[in-house]
Ligand binder design. Structure first.
Ligand code: IPE
Ligand code: IPE
Ligand code: MG
Length: 247
């Protein structure tokens, strides 16, 4: 409801918005089942929530939104659902790319490219290329992403460098390690949101969330609107982030 959104928007401190918000978009299947629809209807309906989140993020001048679209574990779902999910980025970009371009959105992607169908990968790469010079908001899709896989991938590449004497193991620190992550050019998320009432991380951004604030919304992803994002940000703004220090 626009009224609800305006009410909470008025309470937000525009000088204190999180720079990077990462979202675990969960609950599509349960949303659909509740309506007597097939699970894939929930995935399709979830696209509308993405649009709302982008619009609200642009209004607040948020710099990065990361969306968990497909995890390394989601391959274990029924073939039909996996196929649908793998086709969804293509469907989404066909419909939304022009609008994203106009809005100044820059598309980015994290995750393992292997196993992603070529058609899907090409559509995402086209989106990345065509929005490359945009700078209002980075829209980062975590596609075939797993936090553990990302860390293992980094460790292997670092081990290669050490073996080839291009890197001294004594010099490995958090900054160097960060350079080997998919997110190397992005700030760590200040706020992580999960919809659908589940309170777990499900292998998302394990390294990057060391000091993220967490927000669990009971709302299923297709029902997640701008006002729900604002609710999370408002709560975030009223927290005391200590980073281990004392005041
Ligand atoms: C999130 O919704 C979308 C993906 C994981 C791709 P789910 O499909 O997990 O929906 P639920 O959790 O079964 O309701
Ligand atoms: C996490 O949701 C992955 C995405 C949102 C893409 P899941 O629905 O796959 O996670 P679990 O199985 O409930 O932990
Ligand atoms: Mg789920």
């Amino acid at each position: 409801m626009a009224g609800e959104k305006d009410k909470i928007m008025a309470k937000i401190d525009l000088d204190k918005v999180p720079e990077h918000i990462a979202i675990i978009m969960d609950g599509n299947g349960r949303w659909a089942r509740k309506k007597g629809l097939p699970r894939i209807a929930g995935h399709r309906a979830g696209v509308e929530s993405i649009r709302e989140v982008i619009e609200t993020s642009l209004e607040l001048n948020i710099k990065v939104i990361t969306l968990f679209a497909f995890s390394t574990e989601n391959w274990k779902r029924p073939r039909k659902e996996v196929n649908f999910l793998m086709n969804l980025p293509l469907e989404y970009l066909n419909k939304e790319l022009d609008n994203l371009k106009k809005q100044g959105v820059k598309i980015n992607k994290i995750g393992c490219e292997e196993d992603i169908p070529e058609k899907t990968l090409n559509a995402v790469k086209k989106g990345i290329k065509e929005t490359y010079n945009n700078n209002k908001l980075i829209l980062n899709f975590a596609l075939n992403y797993g936090g553990r896989a990302e860390i293992i991938n980094a460790v292997k590449r670092i081990a290669d460098k050490v073996e080839n004497k291009e890197l001294d193991s004594n010099n490995i620190d958090e900054n160097i390690f960060n350079e080997y992550l998919y997110t190397k050019d992005l700030p760590d998320p200040s706020l992580i949101i999960r919809s659908s009432g589940e309170k777990r991380i499900s292998n998302f951004l394990l390294w990057q969330m060391a000091y993220s604030e967490l927000w669990f919304s009971p709302v299923y992803w297709p029902d997640f609107k701008g006002e729900h994002l604002l609710e999370a940000i408002y709560d975030y703004q009223n927290r005391d982030r200590r980073f281990g220090k004392v005041k």
